[in-house]
Design a protein around this ligand. Structure first.
Ligand SMILES: [Zn+2]
Length: 97
């Protein structure tokens, strides 16, 4: 049964990929809500603490990965300084409506 937990952990890692890749390569943070990421960071910190006291290796791992990915997302969002061509098109087509 533990394999299900590790499969879920793998999906957590994969799920962050597209956002972090976009922030890293395009320096574009279009539509990213920093408030949401700060709340996720607080949530993961609390859950990591809880998992630590319960000595739950799987959940400690998941929350540690979450915290690393969330901090990376926040830092890359703050570094972002442009809108990529794709999102520039989205912005223009919305203002045409
Ligand atoms: Zn973009």
């Amino acid at each position: 049964m533990e394999i299900i937990g590790w499969a879920g952990t793998s999906l957590v890692i994969i799920a962050y990929g597209p956002q972090i890749y976009h922030l890293w390569t395009e320096r574009c943070a279009w539509g990213v809500s920093l408030w949401m990421w700060f709340i996720w960071l607080a949530s993961s910190t609390l859950l990591l603490t809880y998992s630590w006291f319960r000595n739950e290796t799987l959940f400690i791992t998941v929350q540690a990965i979450n915290i690393l990915a969330i901090v990376a997302t926040i830092l890359l969002t703050r570094r972002s300084n442009q809108i990529c061509p794709y999102h520039l098109g989205v912005t223009r087509s919305k203002s045409d409506e």
